[in-house]
Design a protein around this ligand. Sequence first.
Ligand SMILES: Nc1ncnc2c1ncn2[C@@H]1O[C@H](COP(=O)(O)OP(=O)(O)OP(=O)(O)O)[C@@H](O)[C@H]1O
Ligand SMILES: [Mg+2]
Length: 309
Amino acid sequence: MPTILSQNLRKVYSVQKKRPGLSGSIRDLISPIHEDKVAVKDVSFVIEEGELVGFIGPNGAGKTTTLKMLSGLLYPTGGEVRVLGFDPWKREHNFLKSISLVMGQKNQLWWDLPAIESFNLAKDIYGIDGKVYQKTLDKLVQMLDIGDVLNVQVRKLSLGQRMKAELVAALIHSPKILFLDEPTIGLDVVMQQSMRVFLKEYNQTNPGSIILTSHYMDDVKELCKRVIIIDQGSILYDGLLSEVIARFSQHKIIEVITPSGTKTHKVLRAKVAEKAADLLKDPQVIDINIKEVEIEDVIRRIFAGEKKD
Ligand SMILES: Nc1ncnc2c1ncn2[C@@H]1O[C@H](COP(=O)(O)OP(=O)(O)OP(=O)(O)O)[C@@H](O)[C@H]1O
Ligand SMILES: [Mg+2]
């Protein structure tokens, strides 16, 4: 049984259409008109135990909506979804004990309490054995290096400290699936890096799967072998990150080094050998390198709607 099975998943929001002007606003109050907004059109994929998958796409692509359906916060309009064999929407206790959703934009800890109180509360809610709880907590606190702020009111923590505390709260019951929706958003470069190091180590030392959305390609490059690219509610690509370039870029870069500096040429894949041989004819050339274009560039172009370069 796959960890996550999503088949033709669909979500249509009903949004109120605004009429123009003051009289329009009054009529909106009396007889609102609704229109459909297709957020997730048709999404199918399978995720196996232990995978760390990057779920990427431009703003409004449907990532958060999909994660909310997978974690049971939203009821799908169509299609089928099974997570660890459960129907997420039923939000059964055993399902909730097996997953966690962390949203970088949303605070899930008690704002006025020290983080440790939220963790203790989770211990009771999930019925975690005292010794197991202490062991998991110690390990997470050590890995995230937040021992010194556990007793500080959450509202007084920096964004980075708070995100780390959010992760502890999300992982304290050792879920089998962790959904991360932009966990590094707004963090400074150093804090982003320490989050990545943590997630990588966590994924390597714990069973279970992680689905990660991020707008930072560095997160995805460092953490995910597999990516699912979604755009306008449909899947554009599902496969190895390392193959995204070959699939979406028809070009390679030839770097030519001469005593006066380095020059780069963007060349069609099929013409690389021919072009390189041609460039080497110049006696000034000391060396040449053939490289792939940058993954950032490829992804940016895909997001901009240009499917091939
Ligand atoms: N509650 C809602 N009601 C109506 N429309 C919504 C609602 N939530 C999201 N949408 C719309 O659905 C589409 C998908 O939104 P979603 O939040 O899933 O995108 P996303 O991929 O997470 O984007 P981002 O990268 O900006 O977080 C967008 O067009 C958005 O405006
Ligand atoms: Mg989102």
